[in-house]
Ligand binder design. Structure first.
Ligand code: NAD
Length: 392
């Protein structure tokens, strides 16, 4: 019988919701590239419910306990006295979310003597030391596609919010004001701007497709170039180098995973190469950017705005400079955990667990590390190494 240790974010401050704003969520038939949605044999939850916080338990308890397994769910994940660290040494499976990551550093993986499978309830497994997972033959899997469209939608919202100066204008209304000039002195149209997308994977491509009707100039870079027909259909210009993309962009949006090649890819030097007045949106990972260089560039006016929902570490400390820097549109890590996305990642986690517990293979598109090496989506999108440094 297996012990499954699941780390989820806290419940709403007023408790688990008793009712929801909407009664249903749309049923999707497949993902945009034709991949099938998660295929668990059964689910024990109603899609549209809050599943991602501790009381939601990803809808896993009945299924696991009926089969005789032990499920421990906690949000207490930081420091040596945390429930997570105490329960880790004999856990067979860890489930963690990028929104509330239980960092699996080298030290923690060395303590986790029984650990065989680390599941990401979402996308992005940089909270696991992938080098150590490879060494210890721990499988790392995530629910590929589950929230890629959720993040693409959120990204477009954030680009528009920054360029059009939405958040300060909303604040004027909340503060009972009507001073239009204050709202528009930093407000522009997106139309005609050059948007540079860093990484054209599932999310990056989703953002490119959604921005096409805005009549912007779409540029991108990726280590895997898109097919020529797709570039032509969407109207894309490819840059083999990040630097040339950054130099010409009015808006830069980041969509690559965090791994040693991409850590701090946007640093002081890269920011200096961008045009004055560039906006950056980062819904990928906080550590893609040098934290203090971003704050300084907003203060000096070199950057016109920065928005995103990803920080390092998470939760962000109260004094994190991105909470107080000027012209930001930050949220906590929410874009990939809408109620719609939760239904998909909960079902995907259940599918992975069903397969693993029965000794069946996990779909290769869900795999990041398997059999001691990068595998599936991991082999396509990551480089080997560790990006958990500093999470302590
Ligand atoms: P994906 O695997 O489909 O795409 C990743 C792309 O990044 C690939 O095309 C890959 O070639 C490219 N890439 C990797 N290294 C690169 C490099 N050094 N330079 C240029 N391109 C590089 O993944 P996805 O579904 O699009 O997700 C991307 C990332 O977004 C995730 O790894 C995760 O970090 C983040 N994410 C955030 C949220 C959120 O809630 N904010 C949710 C989901 C995913």
């Amino acid at each position: 019988m297996a012990k499954i240790l699941c780390v989820l974010y806290d419940d709403p401050v007023n408790g688990h919701p008793k009712s929801y704003a909407r009664d249903t969520i749309p049923e999707l038939s497949q993902y945009p590239d034709g991949q099938s949605l998660p295929t668990p044999r059964e689910i024990d939850f109603k899609p549209g419910e809050l599943l991602g916080s501790v009381s939601g338990e990803l809808g896993l308890r009945n299924f696991l306990e009926a089969a005789g397994h032990q499920l421990v769910v906690t949000s207490d994940k930081s420091g040596p006295d945390s429930v997570f660290e105490k329960e880790l040494p004999d856990a067979d499976v860890v489930i963690s979310q990028p929104f509330w990551p239980a960092y699996l550093t080298r030290e923690r993986l060395q303590k986790a003597k029984n650990l065989k499978l680390a599941i990401t309830a979402g996308i992005g497994s940089d909270h696991v030391n992938l080098d150590e997972a490879m060494k210890k033959h721990i499988t790392v899997a995530e629910v590929t596609w589950c929230n890629s469209v959720s993040v693409a939608e959120h990204t477009v919202m954030m680009i528009l919010a920054l360029v059009r100066n939405y958040i300060p204008s909303y604040q004027v209304v909340v503060n009972k004001g009507w001073n239009i000039a204050d709202c528009v002195e930093r407000s522009y149209d997106l139309e005609g701007m050059t948007v540079g997308i860093v990484a054209s994977g599932r999310i990056g491509l989703g953002v490119l497709r959604r921005l096409k009707p805005f009549d912007v100039k779409l540029h991108y870079t990726d280590r895997h170039r898109l097919p020529a027909e797709m570039e032509e259909e969407i109207g894309l210009t490819f840059h083999p180098e990040l630097e040339s993309l950054l130099k010409i962009s009015d808006v830069v949006s980041l969509h690559c995973p965090l791994h040693p090649e991409t850590e701090h890819m946007i640093d002081e030097e890269m920011i200096r190469k961008m045009k004055r007045g560039t906006y950056i949106v980062n819904t990928a990972r906080g550590k893609l950017c040098d934290r203090d260089a971003i704050a300084r560039a907003l203060e000096s006016g070199h950057l016109a705005g920065y928005a995103g929902d990803v920080w390092f570490p998470q939760p962000a400390p109260k004094d994190h400079p991105w909470r107080s820097m000027p012209f930001h549109g930050m949220t906590p890590h929410t874009s990939g955990t809408s109620l719609s996305a939760q239904a998909r990642y909960a079902a995907g986690v259940r599918e992975i667990l069903e397969n693993w517990l029965e000794g069946q293979p996990i779909r290769s598109e869900y795999l990041i590390v398997d059999k001691g090496q990068l595998a599936g989506t991991g082999a396509h999108s990551y480089s080997a190494g560790d990006a958990t440094r500093g999470s302590e």
